[in-house]
Design a protein around this ligand. Structure first.
Ligand SMILES: C[S@@+](CC[C@H](N)C(=O)[O-])C[C@H]1O[C@@H](n2cnc3c(N)ncnc32)[C@H](O)[C@@H]1O
Length: 166
């Protein structure tokens, strides 16, 4: 399916990520939530064994914070691509993630994890947070992750066990 004809299932997600999950939260709750999410992101990226210059795909990047953190870790010689099915989330990511000469450049792409718009062996690592659990064709997505990873590339899978668990 081409991005132009993709159904816009997305935009419940962009609203949830930018507004819904913080609804009713105090400033302290929000800070605590952001800190917890940052810890989760760093744990995922540590498991991906990133190195300076690595090429990383953030699959289902949402508003782009995992991609941004990966961009810091791989530095200016690295490359990060954020992929999401949601046009609105990608627009948020572009707005929220500021480019920096000290970090990898990040490109944003609309598409499905079940049909990743990159050639074979494009990446040293595929990372994701809270995506596969929402994808119906999980094996198609995992096959795509495997296809776009180079031999020996990393895909650390993490899944929440509870709604609160990151
Ligand atoms: C719970 S959000 C997580 C977003 C982001 N990974 C994060 O850590 O905040 C799930 C994301 O997966 C995206 N998504 C769902 N199905 C997808 C698919 N088939 N292909 C690409 N992205 C998808 C949604 O648009 C949403 O941004």
């Amino acid at each position: 399916m081409s991005p132009a004809t993709m159904p816009d299932v997305s935009d419940c997600w962009s609203t949830w990520l930018s507004v819904g999950r913080f609804r009713g939260a105090t400033a302290d709750d929000r800070r605590a939530m952001n800190l917890r999410l940052l810890r989760v992101r760093r744990r995922i990226l540590r498991a991906a064994c990133l190195f300076p210059g690595a090429r990383v795909l953030d699959a289902g990047c949402g508003d782009g914070f995992l991609a941004a953190e990966a961009g810091k870790m791989v530095g200016p010689t690295g490359l990060v691509a954020g992929l999401d099915i949601s046009a609105a989330s990608l627009a948020n990511a572009e707005r929220l993630v500021a480019p920096s000469p000290e970090h990898a450049s990040i490109t944003w792409h609309r598409g499905s994890v079940t049909r990743i718009p990159f050639p074979d062996a494009s990446f040293d690592a595929v990372v994701e947070r809270s995506v596969l659990m929402y994808v119906q064709e999980k094996w198609a997505a995992v096959a795509e992750y495997s296809r776009v990873l180079r031999t020996g590339g990393r895909y650390p899978y993490s899944s929440r066990s509870t709604r609160e668990g990151g």
